[in-house]
Ligand binder design. Structure first.
Ligand code: ZN
Ligand code: ZN
Length: 329
């Protein structure tokens, strides 16, 4: 069977949400064009932007790197990874491939270890929390320090945007979770034109937010990038809510292909209507009295410092010093 788009090459990929059968090349082009359209629609990239790509070594990271390096100047891009320090969760090989791939395109590669930022690796934080009977999920420790690490690297090397590889499935799950929890603040953050909460946070963009997870998997596969997809050993502690929503959305999408995309488009047009009346205004969050990083409006210390204090770890100026010294390529 021939490709529904070009009518010349052999079709290999059934794109369920458009009912088209595409050849490899037309499938690649479709992804690149959709990402490009989304970036343009929300002005995600301004001329002169230096973009830091937050990569983990998985398929989504690969697609983001491959697509962005086709549509933006690679000399204005860098990649960064945050090393969590989780035993048995070794993505070193995948990361090395991404590093080589980035280097071939003239893209810098940075990394930072959570242990160097916090004094403890994620494993050590989890061990300590279990010993002290503190009921905080491993993903909380990990997530907070990954975000902070990425932000540190961006500021240190003068990047003006941080691009993350969240796909459509991730975003739809987060949307439903926040609706069910009634968490309006987090819900609004899914919109690309959200407010900037602090000058110290480098603005984030999500170029793949309208690309299905399966599309990223196929794109990687047909481009020869097949990640090991090792599972995080702390996955057992993953919030069950996300696991359930993920499963449910997957089934709904199977019954009605394209529904997740429609959901995201619905959300975007709703937000466009809301913001057409009143443009979101940037705010400036207060600073943590310990580390100086931004913290929520009603707090005096940030979540990162609170987590360490909760574990009985001393936090202060020396933590920041360690950070400054150890950031490197
Ligand atoms: Zn084709
Ligand atoms: Zn702090």
């Amino acid at each position: 069977m021939l490709c529904s788009a070009c009518g010349v090459r052999r079709a290999k990929i059934l794109q369920n949400h458009t009912s088209r059968k595409l050849c490899e090349q037309c499938f690649f082009n479709d992804i690149v064009e959709r990402v490009q359209r989304e970036i343009k629609r929300y002005g995600m990239i301004d001329q002169g932007d230096r973009i830091l790509l937050a990569v983990s070594g998985g398929k989504d990271s690969f697609v983001m790197l491959d697509v962005l390096s086709q549509i933006y100047d690679p000399s204005k891009m860098g990649c960064a990874t945050v090393v969590e320090g989780i035993e048995g969760y070794n993505r070193a090989e995948d990361l090395d491939r991404l590093r080589r791939y980035a280097r071939d395109r003239g893209i810098d590669f940075h990394s930072i270890e959570i242990k160097d930022m916090a004094g403890l690796s994620v494993d050590e934080m989890v061990d300590l929390s279990i010993r002290k009977n503190i009921k905080i999920a491993p993903c909380t420790y990990c997530g907070i320090y990954r975000r902070r690490g990425m932000n540190e690297i961006a500021r240190e090397y003068g990047y003006t945007k941080i691009a993350t590889a969240h796909n459509l499935d991730d975003e739809a799950q987060t949307m439903i979770i926040n609706i069910l929890r009634g968490d309006i603040t987090r819900l609004l953050q899914l919109y690309p034109l959200r407010i900037r909460p602090s000058k110290l946070f480098v603005p984030k963009i999500k170029p793949l937010r309208k690309i299905y997870e399966w599309e990223n998997a196929k794109y990687s596969y047909y481009k020869g990038f097949i990640p090991q997809e090792t599972e995080c050993p702390h996955l057992w502690a993953m919030p069950t809510m996300r696991a359930r929503i993920r499963f449910t959305l997957y089934n709904i999408e199977k019954l009605k292909p394209g529904i997740l995309l429609e959901l995201m488009e619905w959300f975007d047009s709703l937000m466009e209507k809301i913001y057409s009346e009143e443009k979101p205004k940037d705010i400036e969050l207060p600073r943590c009295s310990i580390c100086g990083e931004p913290t929520s409006a009603n707090r005096s210390i940030c979540k990162a410092c609170e987590l360490l204090l909760g574990l009985g770890i001393k936090v202060g100026a020396e933590v920041n010093q360690r950070q400054a010294i150890r950031i490197g390529k």
